[in-house]
Design a protein around this ligand. Structure first.
Ligand SMILES: *Cc1c(COP(=O)(O)O)cnc(C)c1O
Length: 341
């Protein structure tokens, strides 16, 4: 029986070629800013997105939280969607690290509009926190892989500029968004003040995210990374995996999207499925009928060698990624169609 792990795209393992690139990486002490492989990754990623500088960090949680801390101060407020990773899945870090409050937008599948941002900006009143930052997530994880196009981003950036708000992108899966929209990352830098990109999701690196912004912003962030304990030494071995991922694993993301649509098509034929959120990228979210518990469904899948994730009441998430082959997608689609409860 083959084993198919669809719980998350963080489960990817480095390929033999990636491991080889890691082993051959020239390294130095990155806290001294002397690791050539880290510097190369930071430069490469910044140039790709049309920004000046980059900062390699252990996780996407750290890049997001560093950016939020750099853009805000206590008594200020961050605007984001209610489903945002920075709010839901980062342990309340906005309060912990930044002492800032959060204004939550009720977007649709993780996506909000310029009008919603404008309406959430606080007036200048002594009772209010000061609105400083807007965080946008592209693609939206909890939204089920939905993505914003550049014109949608530009419109929200316009509101930020008009009100002198900083604009941060949680781009954990930004390359999935760019693959689906057919857009280039180059223009992103003209809309966002900072961008976080995960290398350890669908791109297949074992560890790491990179934070991008202006030279001055990244200099400030380097100090915040240090106080959070994120200053790594010979991190070039890990950064080399990130560079390898940017070079070799971006062009193939369309395969993951096609396989996610294949699973969606199978689920639409299943009588035990109440609803499938239309698939936009590599994430499939669906609801089971009320009579079937998530634990019973997950157990039946596990018996067939397939792992999926409970994502809410009656809700299941499947994520396609680098280590899900066409054979695995075919097998999973067949199992989903054949299951009966
Ligand atoms: C995974 C993820 C992150 C970062 O997660 P880490 O596990 O800390 O690297 C940030 N934002 C989104 C939307 C994510 O899916």
């Amino acid at each position: 029986m083959i084993s198919v792990d669809l719980r998350s795209d963080t489960l990817t393992r480095p390929t033999a070629a990636m491991l080889k690139a890691m082993m051959q990486a020239p390294v130095g002490d990155d806290v001294f800013a002397e690791d050539p492989s880290v510097l190369a990754l930071e430069e490469k990623a910044a140039a790709l997105f049309g920004l000046e500088a980059g900062l390699f960090c252990p996780s996407g949680t750290m890049t997001n939280q560093i950016a939020i801390k750099a853009h805000t101060e206590p008594l200020s407020e961050v605007i984001c969607d209610i489903s945002a990773h920075v709010y839901q899945y980062e342990v309340g870090g906005i309060a912990f690290h930044s002492g800032a409050s959060v204004a939550l937008l009720q977007g649709i599948r993780g996506k909000f509009t310029p009008d919603m941002v404008a309406a959430a900006i606080r007036t200048d009143n002594i009772h209010n926190p000061i609105t400083r930052l807007v965080v946008l997530e592209n693609t939206s994880n909890k939204g089920g892989g939905t993505f914003y196009t550049l014109p949608e981003i530009a419109a929200i950036a316009g509101v930020c500029r008009q009100h002198q708000l900083a604009f941060h992108l949680d781009g954990a899966r930004v390359f999935n968004a760019l693959t689906a929209s057919g857009e280039s990352p180059r223009e992103y830098g003209s809309y966002f003040d900072s961008i976080s990109v995960c290398l350890s999701k669908g791109l297949g690196a074992p560890v790491g995210s990179v934070l991008l912004g202006s030279q001055a912003f990244i200099r400030k962030c380097r100090r915040i990374r240090k106080v959070m304990g994120g200053g790594m030494r010979q991190a070039g071995y890990l950064a080399a995996a990130g560079s390898y991922a940017l070079e070799h694993h971006v062009a193939r993301l369309g395969e993951d999207h096609a396989r996610a649509r294949q699973l969606e098509a199978a689920l639409l034929q299943c009588p035990y499925v109440e609803q499938v959120l239309p698939v936009a990228t590599n994430i499939v979210i669906f609801h089971l009928v009320a009579e079937l518990s998530t634990s019973r469904f997950l157990e039946a899948l596990r018996d067939k060698g397939i792992l999926a994730l409970e994502f809410g009441p009656q809700q299941i998430r499947l994520v396609t990624h680098l280590n899900i082959s066409q054979e695995m997608a075919d097998y999973t689609a067949r199992v989903l169609r054949e299951l009966s409860f």
